[in-house]
Design a protein around this ligand. Sequence first.
Ligand code: GDP
Length: 297
Amino acid sequence: MAFEGLADRLQNTIQKIKGKGKVTEQDVKEMTREVRLALLEADVNFKVVKDFIKKVKERAVGEEVMESLTPGQQVIKIVKEELSGLMGGDESKIAVADRPPTVIMMVGLQGAGKTTTTGKLANLLRKKYNRKPMLVAADIYRPAAIDQLETLGKQLNMPVYSAGTDTSPVDIANQAMVKAKEEHLDYVLIDTAGRLHIDGDLMEELIQIKNNVNPDEIFLVVDAMTGQDAVNVAESFNEQLDVSGVILTKLDGDTRGGAALSIKAVTDKPIKFAGMGEKLDQLEVFHPERMASRILG
Ligand code: GDP
């Protein structure tokens, strides 16, 4: 898919201003209109765009732009600053419980990349922080999901706790906690069930697990390619579970990544990591500035 970069989009207005030698409010309006289109094309949620543009406009009609010799660049600078400010969070720190194990609950829709990301995160915890994680297979509705996690555990040479499909996810989580304590493991990563769509039963189950194991982190895994849908998904999961952070997957794809901005704006939860491929070492710290440039082109 070909996108037009913001700098190109602003060219027309900039040429006009050059001819006049002065920036007017009308020019600023035209420039922010281009910014608006760029964001909508990047699949940022409509309402999020509206609020964002209002802020940019307020700054842009100030002296910063009106008095500038390079108003186009000035507008781009403001937009980038505001964008990365909006997406910035408290970096990609991961909680550490006072008494181990630290519990991380992984939630998200089926296909978002939850199981893969659980493996990636465990890999990162071991590699970067020298921690000993355990993976927990709590998706009892899909035997394939349990197999997938066990395969991941083998690849990573890491313990996986599973109890088949007949034990409730809450019991599985509780049993895994006991086991992790016995074995002096530092992290328990619970791979919970996902569905194709959000439904009440799933949320109820996740709430029960949450109330039982009292996780230190709840990471919502969202597919960056899903654009607008990602916003609704993030909103519901966050409303029900009060997640602690978001992990955006499939950013190696050709999406502009507008979902990142929307999700952050709607949930106000930090985007912690970005999935950059199917391999287990392809999980990166989320960089707001890079994402801002990517969204704008
Ligand atoms: P789950 O149903 O949410 O547990 O999703 P899975 O972990 O099974 O992932 C679904 C598909 O997405 C698999 O084919 C993964 O390899 C793929 N996947 C997950 N994360 C990424 C990513 O960051 N980039 C790419 N390209 N593929 C990913």
